[in-house]
Design a protein around this ligand. Structure first.
Ligand code: GRF
Length: 192
């Protein structure tokens, strides 16, 4: 069994889809929800589902061992970021090479980097009068929103769009794509 840890700090709509997708999976299980926000909505989902949680302490994450030992103890084989805003420390990237992925609500390399998350991304897309936006699923490296791209999907942006309507379109794309891309990426990693 490959055990996934989902790192999330928001409401967790993607996390919910990921849990649903792998609920009866033969070889992949969502085994841990990790958050830096003790009040994050995603923790209620974990509680409902009976999935263990881990709340990160900033000092331990950035200046300690980045929880490598703790995650190894829990036999985590793959890490999925789904609305996690802290940068991933080098120790974690080194311990899970090619096995940490993120989803970003825009077509990287556009609209990525520090501070570009959530509503701000959609506001920037609308301010630039782009006619399309979308999602990017990518490997995580030591820079924000920078690792190799695994998958992108697009949606049209129309004049009537607001940050909220665009966010809705993007969430639909994310929910439809992320779980299956996670599955494929895990399969690929295990063939190496
Ligand atoms: C998603 O839009 C994702 O692209 C970004 O954070 C958001 C998380 O949303 N990285 P949710 O908490 O899964 O609803």
């Amino acid at each position: 069994m490959i055990h996934i840890a989902v790192f999330a700090s928001g409401t967790g709509t993607n996390t919910r889809k990921i849990i649903d997708y792998f609920r009866h999976h033969a070889s992949v299980a969502v085994s841990l929800i990790v958050s830096n926000q003790p009040n994050a909505g995603v923790l209620s989902i974990a509680a409902e589902e009976g999935i263990p949680t881990l709340i990160l302490d900033k000092e331990h994450f950035f200046r300690g061992d980045a929880y490598v030992g703790e995650l190894q103890k829990r036999r985590i084989g793959f890490i999925v970021l789904a609305g996690f805003l802290w940068k991933i420390p080098p120790a974690l990237i080194a311990a899970w090479p090619g096995a940490i992925i993120n989803i970003h609500p825009a077509l990287l390399p556009k609209y990525g980097g520090k501070g570009m998350y959530g509503r701000r991304v959609h506001e920037a897309v609308l301010a630039n009068k782009d006619t399309e936006s979308g999602i990017t699923i990518h490997y995580v490296d030591e820079l924000y929103d920078h690792g190799n791209i695994i998958y992108q999907a697009t949606c049209p942006v129309v004049e009537e769009d607001t940050p909220d309507t665009l966010a809705q379109k993007i969430h639909l794309l994310e929910h439809a794509s992320y779980p299956a891309i996670i599955e494929k990426t895990i399969q690929l990693q295990n063939q190496r």
